[in-house]
Design a protein around this ligand. Structure first.
Ligand code: SF4
Length: 285
């Protein structure tokens, strides 16, 4: 893993995500290196090729002080804005345990009694380290990305991310701590179209660990993502590769949308934004 320390000029960045007004990314790059990650395009800002995603992290060493400065400039009205950590990295990947930038940012939000929604999305149980701070932020929610209940498949696609079973356990622990939790099912893996039982298992596990709402996003197969994903799947059978290749079709999405609608109702979960997201309306992590 290539770790480089850099400085940043700004931390609170207006968001293009459908459910967040500002995003905060203390790192460029992500140790977890998921095969389907749309954020791999970030490499162009630090001169890293798309296929090197997952092998480097640029640490914004001044992230906490710059965040504090950015926030100080905000009016009371602007402080109602929702803030999302993080859109193009995981705020709790491995080196956060050393640099503690996410924690530093949360400490400022707690100290300022930030009134807007602070939403965290991660794949890592390291978030449990910060439960003490999370309790001090008035409106906070913690989400975990859960794409499957199969650890083996999770390990294959989410190369260095913590196992899904650990993420589910983390959601349970956060719920038991009294924190508001959600799940991000993204990408909605194409094979669920042919194995709805596996998708149902996922929903059942989420309900079991106390999740009340879910964001769901169809797989994003823009050329740069498709290239990385298919490269990763080159040893899989042609049938499996085909399922992924065909996942951009409207028919594919409609079939999965119907499955999701039924399961959301059956497990009494709230579908955030009332739809399954697609393509440019990305969520991260
Ligand atoms: S999907 Fe999230 S956790 Fe995976 S590499 Fe991208 S930013 Fe990191």
């Amino acid at each position: 893993m290539n770790i480089k320390e850099i400085e940043t000029k700004t931390m609170l960045v207006p968001s293009k995500l459908p459910d967040a007004q500002y995003v905060v990314n203390p790192y460029t790059g992500c140790e977890f290196g998921c095969a389907y990650c749309y954020a791999s395009f970030m490499g162009r800002f630090v001169n890293e090729p798309v296929n090197n995603w997952g092998n480097y992290v640029y640490v914004k060493t001044n992230a906490v002080s710059v965040f504090e400065k950015d926030l100080k400039r905000w009016s009371q009205a602007r402080r109602q804005s929702s803030i999302f950590l993080s859109s193009v990295t995981d705020p709790y990947h491995g080196i956060e345990s050393k640099y503690r930038l996410t924690r530093g940012i949360l400490e400022i939000l707690a100290r300022e009694t930030y009134p807007g929604l602070v939403s965290i999305l991660t794949k890592s149980p390291l978030v449990l380290r910060d439960v003490d701070i999370l309790h001090q932020i008035p409106h906070v929610e913690v989400g975990m990305t859960i794409t499957t209940t199969d650890d083996k498949l999770g390990r294959f696609l989410e190369v260095r991310a913590p196992l899904i079973s650990r993420r589910l356990h983390t959601l349970k622990q956060l719920h038991e701590e009294g924190l508001h939790t959600y799940a991000f099912i993204g990408p909605l893996l194409p094979h669920f179209r042919y194995r709805p039982d596996l998708l149902e298992d996922l929903f059942a596990r989420l309900a079991e660990v106390g999740v009340q709402s879910v964001f769901i996003e169809h797989i994003n197969l823009k050329p740069y993502i498709r290239e990385r994903l298919l490269q990763r799947m080159q040893h899989e059978s042609p049938e499996i590769q085909d399922v992924y290749r065909q996942a951009s079709s409207l028919k594919h999405r409609e079939i999965l949308d119907r499955l999701v609608t039924n399961l959301v109702e059956k497990y009494q979960l709230r579908l955030r934004l009332n739809r399954v997201l697609y393509h440019n309306q990305n969520m991260p992590s």
